[in-house]
Design a binder for this molecule. Structure first.
Ligand SMILES: CC(C)(COP(=O)(O)OP(=O)(O)OC[C@H]1O[C@@H](n2cnc3c(N)ncnc32)[C@H](O)[C@@H]1OP(=O)(O)O)[C@@H](O)C(=O)NCCC(=O)NCCS
Length: 187
């Protein structure tokens, strides 16, 4: 069995010094606060966002709905789950139909830093500011709680995500390598 090593960056932002402007979601979109009834919707959007992406190879649970449901369930059961920093993006179609299209969740780590768990936007809704709006809302929730730092981890090959985080003010602080068995197709 072959093993592939994926380079991962930890990226951090100083919430005390960062000037974070208020970012409204684009027209037609809203951000829904966490509620337990939205658990399956978060999992569904996590799956739809990650299933064709490199992170579904790095973390196979992201490649199927049941894995995403289990992951989201684990996140929201954590004692340090930050429900006020967890958001679901929704788009209202002209016919009134509502479509969920983005997810972000967060927990508090042992150092009282905000740890962003997964951010995902479904492919049809990318590039119009949903990812930015989700991140800014989560960072704003961290600031309201008085948290001083926030961080996330990202696969180095995920250049779109790295660029987005850098644009917002995250900086690389650490590089690690995640060993994955039989993922040669993404090398
Ligand atoms: C990474 C991800 C969440 C970004 O979501 P997104 O909604 O496309 O993000 P945004 O639209 O806010 O920003 C993306 C680009 O669109 C541009 N953009 C932002 N607002 C925009 C707007 N109103 N109109 C047009 N473009 C806009 C941004 O400038 C950005 O450009 P950049 O690539 O030069 O930084 C999304 O690509 C995704 O879900 N990827 C798969 C899952 C994944 O890898 N998640 C990250 C795990 S660490």
């Amino acid at each position: 069995m072959s093993v592939t090593y994926f380079k991962r960056f930890r990226m951090e932002i100083d919430l005390v010094r960062a000037a974070l402007p208020r970012v409204e979601p684009p027209t037609g979109y809203t951000l829904l606060p966490w509620s337990p009834e939205l658990l399956a919707a978060h999992a569904e959007i996590k799956h739809a966002s990650f299933r064709d992406e490199i992170d579904a190879y790095v973390f196979p649970c992201l490649g199927n709905f049941s894995g995403c449901l289990k992951l989201m369930d684990e996140i929201c059961r954590k004692a340090r789950f930050l429900d006020d920093a967890t958001w679901l993006a929704a788009f209202r179609h002209p016919n009134g139909e509502r479509e969920f299209c983005g997810t972000i969740s967060a927990v508090l780590d042992a150092s009282n830093h905000g740890a962003i768990q997964n951010i995902g936007v479904t492919p049809a809704h990318r590039g119009c500011g949903i990812g930015t709006a989700l991140l800014m809302e989560t960072l704003s929730s961290f600031q309201h709680r008085g948290l001083r730092r926030a961080y996330l981890e990202v696969t180095a090959q995920n250049v779109d995500a790295v660029r987005l985080y850098q644009r917002i003010g995250f900086r690389r602080t650490r590089t690690s390598y995640k060993a994955v068995e039989s993922a040669a197709s993404f090398v």
